[in-house]
Design a protein around this ligand. Sequence first.
Ligand code: TYD
Length: 208
Amino acid sequence: MIPGKFITLEGIDGAGKSTQLTWIVELLQRAGLQTVVTREPGGTALGEQLRALLLDKTMTMHAETETLLMFAARREHLDKVIIPALSQGQWVISDRFADASFAYQGGGRGLNVDKLSILEHWVQGELQPDLTLYFDVPVEVGMQRVSQIKNVDRFEKEQADFFQRVRAAYLDRARQFPDRIKIIDSSQSLAEVKAAVEQTLKDVLNHG
Ligand code: TYD
């Protein structure tokens, strides 16, 4: 049996990653793989409660509180969902993971990267996704898509400069880890995005 792999999807709000998620999972299942689909913050009973607090737009919190809650949810997620599934040979597809903390809390909120790295090592040890698909769109495109949503959350209500910093941090991280993080130009047509993702996944399926 092919051992389980850990795939994460990332992007600024409105990058379209959730749209891609469904057919990515279908593609992996068609390849005969057992999949577990999950998300961050969330994925566990406790994590989903933390998510509700983190996304509540009436809530205010210090950037470090926000970061600690993200990693607290992640600790639980790893323990209850990600690690057990991977050890059973399942493929875990997570809508966001730790790169989001580097992008949103590090880039967006300006939190010190050294502090994030300490939390990353504390919570994850050496565990990293096998593949991260980073759906890249210009901030105006993402914000335009988000503006269609009626009930925006605590992150979606941020301004363009926040998302510029988040995007820049994602791109920095992709440059830092080019083998793991693949940049998908998500401003292309849906068919083109799909083709790019499919190619990337095939490479992983064949060489991984
Ligand atoms: P998102 O994944 O965009 O879900 P939806 O499509 O339902 O809106 O929402 C999660 C939000 O949480 C998103 O704005 C990014 C933010 N986030 C962080 O700021 N840091 C993190 O570590 C994670 C996992 C998410």
